[in-house]
Write a new protein. Sequence first.
Length: 566
Amino acid sequence: MRMSKLMLKTLREAPSEAELESHKLLLRAGLVTTFAAGLYAFTPLGWRVIRRIEQIIRDEMDATGAQEVRLPELNPIELWEQSGRAETMGQTLFRLADRKERGFVLGPTHEEGMSFLASRHIQSYRDLPVTLYQIETKFRDEQRPRGGLVRLREFTMKDAYSFDTTWETLDASYAAAYDAYVRIFARAGIPVVPVAADSGAIGGKESQEFIYLTEDGEDEILQCPGCGYAANAEKAEFTPPPALHAEPLPMEKVATPNQRTIADLAAFLGIEERQTVKAVFYKADGQPVFVAIRGDLDVNEVKLKNALKAQDIEVMDEAMVKRLGLVAGSASAVGLTGMKVVADPTAVEAVNLAGGANEDGFHYLNVNHGRDWKADLITTVALARGGDACARCGTPLEVRRGMEMGHVFKLGTLYSESIGVQYLDESGERKPCVMGCYGIGVERMLAACIEANHDEQGIIWPAAVAPYDAHVVVLNGDQESVVGALAELEASATSARLALLVDDRPDSAGIKFKDADLLGMPSRLTLSPRSLEKGGVEFRNRRSGETSIVPLAGAVSAILEAASAG
RNA sequence: CGGGGUGUAGCUCAGCCUGGCAGAGCGCUACGUUCGGGACGUAGAGGCCACAGGUUCAAAUCCUGUCACCCCGACCA
């Protein structure tokens, strides 16, 4: 490709809308054009990178035996009503109607669609297992798109779905997808760590996310430096600090003027925070829920939501608190009626805790579960934080942030039951398929790839995703010796199936070198009368900066060598 | 949806406080000189100062409202 013909405009300065390094470089290198928040166009150069990333994904999925298909992006809303997600996905779903007022959704993901497709083709256990995938646009009305390509409203997802007869064979399908993911991210030059995850709104059991660790990520990860355990904060298990042991004492009411927070209360009473019990009020699917947890801990809302089997959970609004007569700052489950009480085991096991007296300015001392109050549900809802002890080995957990690149999980029969993906087993019995689900965000991979591969000058593409294999800077391109050498170089590249980006513009050398650094092809070849005098082209490795003169005939092998080195 | 910030040329920004001709650098066009790390000269083109309303003799500037974009949070594969 000749740069004189390429529709590309690089920018010396990044537009002020960009904050993330990848976003700045995407705009400066002219790979994308902003349409609106979370909506981007790809330019010819940017689109080549997307296609290369997709091809890596396709290669590795195909290698596992997965089969590529194509679903409509416009889904009849009935499918979503069948699964219940027309309701539970809420406003994230883009909805529309046709001229006859039939309802549709723009697919935000395709469990329903893929299940429907499978249901039309799977009849017998002999048809299983099978894994289907597609690389297709998803639409989500996100509350806040962000970070350039990190969170989009319209984006490309590779979504794969496995259909098995049993949970045991699902393990193999899941493992195959997992292994493919490890290879995909490695090939694309994105370092990832697999972490245990919550399976979220889609439902399901075992689940892992592939996270690119970066301070700019939106996910919080807890990692154990001792045993390697890593989990999303919403899923992370830990061992809370032990409670103090004591013999139960009689409950006693004390005045605690203006002591509303746990920290205030503990300081006022001269005790540790773990000797108090904290009350938090939630609204779960509209119903009030009272959560009791030891004062030194916080509530993990995802764990709470799962424990309650709720679709939606939020902190109780003030109006509801007032209506129910709850005394914020002095609340406890002692004498509480009229709502469900959920207790973390820490609040149940500890004795002689200080807790609210349900009267402004008063607390009880020596509150004990079983004697003074009783939980309707005792379940772990404590949030893991940095420094908490790893549940497996006791080492303090470390907090990291990261970007979710991919997600694999064991779905089970949720969708095969609601959409009706069934097979006849050996004994002629009709059963739902056991499903797995595996997603990768393509644009987000591009963003992470740039985050992980750049310097102050610009992008440094891993060879496997670079839009062109090499960038040829032509200087004094009107001189005959250069014209001839360029033709030779292009011919040898073509026969070796290498794609060259040739800067044949009449600009100054400085501009061309700056653009070559910004655009980040792994190899740069400078072709000029001077280089020819020295015996060929000047070869420069973008990543290492190493420079050498190679003869024209050796240019292709130099490019290949640099590519194989990564 | 809550909190914070920003909207002036294609990009980065000044001007706004204290109302009075619409500005700079980069980029773009033409010509000339340069020609291995964002060169130089000359001449140009390019603006509904986000939008709407108000105050005023006069509004980019003051007031009110709306919208868009960015960041944090909530939420979300």
